[in-house]
Write a protein that binds this ligand. Sequence first.
Ligand code: ADP
Length: 374
Amino acid sequence: MKKIGILGGGQLGKMFIQNAVNYPVEIHILDPDENCSCKNLASSFTQGNFNDKQTVLDFAENLDVVGIEIEHVNTEALKELEKQGKTVVPSPDLLEVFQDKGFQKEFYSKNHLPTAPFYLIENGNELNLNKIQIPFVQKLRKGGYDGKGVQIIKSEEEIINVWNEPSVIEQCADIDKELAVIFAKNKNGEIAIFPTVEMVFNPELNLVDYLFSPAQTSSDVETEIQNIIKQFAHTIKSSGIFAVELFLNKNGSIWINETAPRVHNSGHATIEGNYLSQYDIMLRSLLNLPFASVENRCYSAMVNLIGAKENQGESYIKNIDKLTILNKTYLHWYGKKITKPGRKMGHVSVLGNSKEELEEKINFIKEHISVKAK
Ligand code: ADP
């Protein structure tokens, strides 16, 4: 039985294990949080810091394969594990590219993958309004997540807000839609590309509010996206699963915004909505097994269950009975004991025969279901 170790034990790891138990494998988890979502589901749980080289080396000593469910892990350890002959997915070199938004942007331009024009700065003094004009976007190269570490500078008065840290300065996109595509590659070079999904953001929290699949775009746009992703997949020399966020601009152009080298929030609905889920494809890429169809079974949507405002403490779902009465609706609770405003506590997937059918249910769920503190 192959022994797979995963760095990170949050909700992505939990959903990965829920699928992986159907295969003849053992899943071992390393996470700093003793109450993490995976703790009671894994073959073994090690509490420890995945950013610490020795901790990762010790964790992986008796494992065959090492994967990730978070990108901010110690790559020096992963390089050493590869040298020892273990399978590491994705390759540590590629992981380093995606750990840094500056390296990521350089990777896209070097490989002729479309992305917003940009330049890199070490500090605020290097801002150059001749290169990219206001409005522009500043993104910290490291440490940002869920929209934190990203700001749009809209006027000259706002320039005093520019962060004095290594950053990407990027042209503002004129966004029509925010889209995402998940693709995977195995060691044999086989590629699987999921249909494009469309994200709708919560403007207050800057988190995905809900998303649906397939995205409502023209067939020309879908073909162009699939071609960009194919080019991306052929460019990389690593197996793994990758979530690519894209902007469809109002002028019809498509830009890659950013890539996560792992399973992703935008792929949750693939559990019920697609013939194979992102978690099954992740497992196959770790084991170098062939892929099969990842097409949609029908229309699907995913709504995040986010900790309600002004609620901090032991969590519960308000009106869970109003949720479970709905047809073709599936709850995923991440098992986090404590809710905080804006914290991702779970999600709900919904299937249907039309986008309208999905929207009706999404609106109902958003109106009636919430995560609160007791
Ligand atoms: P994070 O890594 O925190 O998810 P992103 O780079 O995805 O950060 O940016 C968060 C959000 O900020 C995006 O989903 C988008 O809404 C907005 N954004 C990012 N880059 C641009 C851009 N160049 N133009 C306009 N909006 C942007």
